[in-house]
Design a protein around this ligand. Structure first.
Ligand SMILES: [Zn+2]
Length: 281
């Protein structure tokens, strides 16, 4: 990393108190990627950095390398930055004024920390995160908030190179075509280990190794497949107009979470359980 002072647009993903009046922040920078930084004196009442370093603020921060001593006492193996100046571009106060939204924002932040490596710029993920958090801050309809979360989860998978293939069975290549009539023995299941879906025959051959859990539970309906396809391909605004039944919502959650759990590990489930303390998503 460049050791001179540098400025970047950042999202504050999480923070914790440090020493007497400081905070240690994890931020996602447009050009820097995910970095750890130290905001000195920010817990003092008149700190000029306060607004720019609140959780989930979208801010322009200026950094300098932190001293080796500061990095050591913060438990950082190296690469800790010191925030020298900050300006809140959009504090996104709507996120902190509503417990549901705050829960969603923490969840998004946790997924970003899990999915992104440190110090690796990923501008598309930065834009995705700013878009999702800005919408969450401003949307009052609970179903729209749910769709923003699902959009974020699936697009994050895509940006990490794990976009689920919904067109064919990921093992045998058979096209995914589901019959209109429910109850027919033709079904596909989420198979994260294969990168997409598995047909009934492959599902039987593979038993539990598809990564999607018990096949009986993970059968995808036509409606769920359509919704997954829309979430992966449509613009966000028209998506928000979709109406979803509670059953479809459950099915969509089970499928998306199977992919997230497979790629991000048990910590993704933990982040989700923390979210469910705040809201019913
Ligand atoms: Zn197959």
């Amino acid at each position: 990393m460049d050791l001179r002072s540098q400025t970047d647009e950042c999202l504050i993903l999480r923070s914790r108190e440090f020493q007497e009046a400081d905070r240690l922040l994890t931020v996602l920078g447009r050009r820097l990627g995910r970095v750890s930084c130290l905001a000195r004196g920010v817990r003092r009442p008149n700190s000029r950095l306060k607004a720019a370093t609140l959780d989930f603020s979208y801010s322009r921060l200026q950094f300098a390398p932190a001293s080796r001593q500061a990095a050591g006492s913060a438990g950082s193996a190296g690469g800790l930055l010191l925030v020298t100046q900050g300006e809140a571009l959009d504090g996104l106060p709507g996120l902190r004024a509503d417990l549901n939204k705050l829960g969603c924002a923490y969840y998004l932040g946790e997924l970003l920390v899990l999915a992104t490596p440190e110090n690796k710029p990923q501008e598309n993920i930065f834009i995705l995160a700013v878009t999702a958090l800005t919408l969450l801050a401003n949307l009052e309809n609970e179903q729209e908030q749910f769709l923003v979360l699902k959009f974020f989860e699936l697009r994050l998978l895509g940006e990490m190179g794990w976009r689920p293939n919904l067109a064919v069975c990921s093992r045998c290549g058979r096209p995914v075509r589901l019959p209109q009539a429910p109850g027919r023995p033709d079904f596909f299941v989420a198979a994260p280990a294969l990168g997409g879906l598995a047909c009934p025959r492959c599902c039987q051959d593979l038993q539990w190794s598809t990564g999607g859990g018990p096949a009986e539970k993970a059968r995808l309906s036509r409606g769920c497949l359509r919704l997954l396809d829309s979430l992966l391909n449509w613009e966000l605004r028209p998506l928000l107009k979709l109406r979803i039944s509670p059953e479809l919502r459950q099915e969509l959650n089970a499928c998306v979470w199977a992919f997230l759990d497979y790629h991000l590990g048990p910590a993704a489930g933990k982040a989700r359980r923390n979210l469910q303390v705040y809201c019913d998503i």
